[in-house]
Design a protein around this ligand. Structure first.
Ligand SMILES: [Zn+2]
Ligand SMILES: [Zn+2]
Length: 884
């Protein structure tokens, strides 16, 4: 018997608040979450997508957590050395924004307090709030190995970041260059392409005339950002465009500025779009930037980092770009250069943090060269080393990877991994190194200055599957647990994160970091809307846990989900899950009240219902296990629910009661043994979804062996496969259901018992011969008589036909004749009146002529049915009267 066994009885009602914290502490303190390396045994590993330290647990996290905890618990019970490695992300930009906001309330800015004091604040903030989300995950029952918890900016992760930066730099895969990036004028930092969100904006397309320098007619170009014309350095046309053949190589005059710019020919220009001539503004457009590179054009940036115009904008210097736009349009119009203005709707990039429209600008930044990294990453997905589940998300991945541009990794922020590059103040040499160099390797100067910028937050989270296991050191954990098995994440961060982990893992470790990427959808509200702060329709998981318990929340999230698809949250679902928890609790309590020890099942003593439930259990074990392996946790949860509620509770427990209270000691012992076995197995099957409830009940089992969290996952037992009995039992259940239906149709009082005659179909004689006690217990039968198929009965009966038998019940047993005749006559009268009204309507040419044909048809059909019913009623009344 287990030391943990609680000898006191189970409480009458299941109260999650009394048990959840206690059990979580028990698990954690016992070391149940801690992964152990077992040489020769294949581990199961998940690294947790690290939530931002700024995060507050929301429904998306709760889903994430469930989808990782369920397989973790399953594999742990299977006996696999199981590691679920938790941690948090420093979330560079998100955290910095929070701290800047906090300082603003004190009237402070970053610049006022300086880098060092700012970072001090940030670390303090992290110490205070950074652990909040982890505490919330504990409430959900997350069984991750907290002894291995990591933080993307802890010492080890920081070393990994510097190591990778230096590696990639030495291979020429990281470079510093003046290229087009996305600039957020509010956050005042560069953003990667993945950090830009597109939204539709209504704007204008302005058509501007650029006259030819030689007095010719020149060209008309169209733009949505006329203020950028101040930085135009060419006009481009397609080399095949005959309209402009004459102009190529000549000069046009840039209006307002009166600068001469060349007309160049470039394949990039679409002849069919607009006038076929485009202005080239290399500093403010990624395509123009490339045209400029091909034609060695000057690059003139006309904006500052805060979105105002700079000195290159001449008289517009200091004016905000949007104000400048209005001034330019007005001036062009006045000077006769504005040909026309069109309404125009287009997609505009916005900052994913603050939703300001981003400016594409040229800027001196650090980049990762993507092409050589993207290819092997696509290969591992193509050849199945990493599988997306569902598979359709690999298309999303390929789309992104095939069109990928170099990744801008420098951010003009302070909170994050500072770029390990130093600039010699004497000779300008750039030194990239893991540790700060003493002196310039080129000129020997000690005047070195480290780059001010930090790295994109995804640079460090991209290393997460191996940096957390100890890389760059060759640790035992790294050797044992890498590559990991499953990554669980939402579809929204496939680019941000999944793709970067894959290419980083291949590049640094030589192996893709996980074999399966399980993509889940969003948790939407009951109406299918995205949960959001602005709609106020978000649901706080902690509040739900408070009211219904963590298991109910977990189970409600699991029921009905399928990989990759969005799911809806509703209180009804949680209530249904809570009802299920109560059902399991009450059933367990009933079972345990009837026994004080574990008994062995005696196979020769098994009855048909025993063999049925044991056989159904084997199938349930097989199906649930298969779905757990496939990552289809919604189907697993459904199977357990159906088996527990519709088979074990509704039928088997009911069927067991007569034996439990009977006189036959051997039968009693055996039914107790079966109840125990099935209950114990289903607690195990349910544990990954409802860990608290199942552990609590398990602790009450007379023969509980330690803790359920570490108990062995149930295995199929071929000795308990009884196909024939399953079918026989299903047949019997059908008969019971049919009798219940008949009684309900005839409105029979629940207490009234009736005689039942069964006329078995061929092959069902044996099964029906056993039916009497079950029909007495579950179908209100007083006695059961077996008859021959086809025989006629002497008295009036009602009957139903099932696969196993025809059922006959004497009418006299079911109803009071007088009352029944009266009831039928009343029904007859009202139906007759209805028929009269309907006939009158259909004989009325006004109705038939005006009403839609379909409605008339419907009325006619209804009348016909009613007349048939009226005939049956009349016949039944006549029969009853004849008998009475
Ligand atoms: Zn921003
Ligand atoms: Zn130097």
């Amino acid at each position: 018997m287990s030391e943990n066994r609680q000898d006191f009885e189970m409480d009458k009602v299941y109260n999650p608040r009394d048990i959840e914290d206690r059990l979580y502490t028990m698990w954690e303190e016992s070391g149940a979450f801690v992964a152990k390396r077992v040489p020769g045994k294949k581990p199961f590993t998940i690294v947790m997508p690290p939530p931002n330290i700024t995060g507050q647990l929301h429904m998306g996290h709760a889903m994430d957590c469930l989808l990782q905890d369920a397989p973790t618990r399953y594999h742990r019970m299977k006996g696999d050395p199981t590691l679920w490695l938790p941690g948090t992300d420093h979330a560079s930009i998100a955290t910095e924004v929070k701290i800047v906001e906090q300082m603003k309330k004190e009237g402070l800015t970053k610049e006022m307090i300086g880098r060092e004091a700012f970072l001090e604040r940030a670390w303090k903030w992290k110490a205070e709030y950074g652990g909040r989300i982890n505490r919330q995950q504990r409430r959900l029952g997350a069984s991750c190995d907290w002894t291995r918890e990591r933080f993307t900016m802890d010492e080890g992760c920081n070393e990994a970041v510097r190591e990778v930066f230096v590696n990639l730099y030495r291979k020429g895969l990281i470079y510093r260059g003046n290229r087009i990036i996305n600039w957020c004028p509010v956050c005042k930092t560069a953003l990667s392409d993945a950090e830009v969100e597109y939204e539709e904006q209504h704007s204008h397309l302005w058509h501007i005339h650029y006259p030819a320098a030689d007095g010719g007619k020149g060209v008309v170009v169209a733009t949505t950002r006329p203020e950028t014309m101040l930085g135009d350095t060419a006009v481009a046309v397609n080399p095949a465009d005959e309209r402009y053949a004459e102009l190529v190589g000549k000069m046009v005059v840039l209006p307002i500025v009166n600068r001469l710019i060349p007309v160049v020919a470039d394949e990039y220009v679409d002849m069919a779009f607009g006038t076929g001539a485009v202005k080239i503004t290399p500093a403010h457009d990624p395509n123009d930037f490339e045209v400029a590179q091909r034609h060695q054009l000057e690059i003139i940036r006309v904006t500052n980092d805060d979105g105002t115009m700079n000195a290159r904008a001449g008289k517009f210097e200091g004016v905000h770009e949007y104000e400048c736009r209005k001034m330019i349009v007005k001036e062009l119009d006045e000077q006769g250069y504005l040909v026309k203005t069109e309404d125009y709707t287009h997609n505009v990039g916005t900052c994913y943090r603050c939703h300001t429209t981003v400016d594409p600008v040229t800027s001196l930044q650090w980049f990762v060269k993507m092409e050589p990294l993207a290819k092997p990453a696509m290969d591992v997905v193509r050849n199945g080393q990493t599988k997306f589940l569902p598979e359709r998300f690999s298309k999303t991945f390929f789309n992104w990877m095939e069109n990928i541009r170099d990744w801008c990794i420098s951010r003009q922020l302070w909170w994050g991994h500072r770029i390990p590059a130093w600039y010699c103040q004497e000779c300008g040499e750039i030194v990239v190194a893991k540790e700060a160099p003493d002196r310039c390797p080129k000129c020997g100067s000690q005047r070195l200055k480290q780059d001010e910028d930090v790295l994109d937050t995804w640079f460090s989270s991209g290393l997460w599957p191996f940096s957390t296991l100890g890389w760059p050191y060759k640790t035992e954990d790294l050797a044992y647990f890498y590559p990991t098995n499953m990554l669980v994440t939402g579809y929204d961060i496939i680019f941000f994160w999944v793709a970067r982990m894959i290419f980083s893992g291949i590049e640094q470790m030589g192996q893709t970091p996980f074999d399966t990427v399980l993509i889940h959808g969003l948790v939407r509200d009951a109406q299918g809307r995205k949960m959001s702060k602005s709609l106020g329709n978000g649901v706080d998981p902690l509040e739900i846990i408070e009211n219904y318990g963590a298991d109910a929340l977990r189970f409600s999230l699991a029921m009905g989900i399928s990989p990759g698809n969005d799911t809806r949250y509703s209180n009804e679902k949680v209530e249904a899950a809570r009802n299920f928890a109560n059902k399991v609790w009450n059933a367990s309590r009933f079972v345990l009240m009837n026994m004080d020890t574990r008994e062995e099942i005696q196979p020769e003593q098994l009855t048909m219902p025993d063999r049925w439930i044991l056989s159904r259990l084997q199938k349930t074990i097989a199906e649930v296990s298969a779905h757990m392996e496939d990552g289809d946790f919604g189907l697993s949860a459904n199977q357990i629910y159906e088996f527990t509620w519709s088979e074990f509770c509704d039928w088997y427990i009911e069927l067991s009661k007569s034996r439990l209270t009977g006189e036959d000691e051997a039968a009693k012992r055996n039914v107790r043994a079966v109840l125990y076995h099935v209950l114990e197995s289903l607690l195990k099957l349910l544990h990954p979804f409802m860990p608290f409830l199942t552990e609590e009940v398990y602790q009450h089992l007379p023969a509980a062996d330690g803790m359920l969290i570490l108990a062995a996952w149930p295995e199929q037992n071929p000795a308990f496969a009884f196909e024939a009995d399953e079918r026989r039992m299903e047949g019997l259940m059908d008969v019971i259901r049919a009798i219940r239906n008949l009684r309900a149709e005839m409105k029979v009082q629940p207490g009234k018992r009736t005689h039942v005659t069964l006329l078995p179909e061929a092959g069902w004689e044996d099964a029906m011969a056993l039916a009497e006690p079950y029909l007495q217990r579950l179908a209100g039968a007083s006695a059961v008589t077996l008859g021959q198929k086809g025989e006629t009965s002497k008295e009036k009966t009602v009957s139903a036909v099932c696969e196993a038998a025809e059922i006959r019940i004497p009418l006299g047993d079911l109803v009071d004749m007088e009352k029944e005749i009266a009831r039928l006559e009343k029904e007859h009268t009202s139906l007759a009146a209805e028929i009269e009204r309907a006939s009158a309507r259909l004989n009325n040419p006004g109705f038939v002529g005006k009403a839609p044909a379909a409605l008339v048809e419907q009325e006619r059909a209804k009348l016909l049915t009613s007349q048939g019913m009226l005939d049956s009623l009349a016949q039944r009344i006549a029969e009853l009267k004849a008998d009475a």
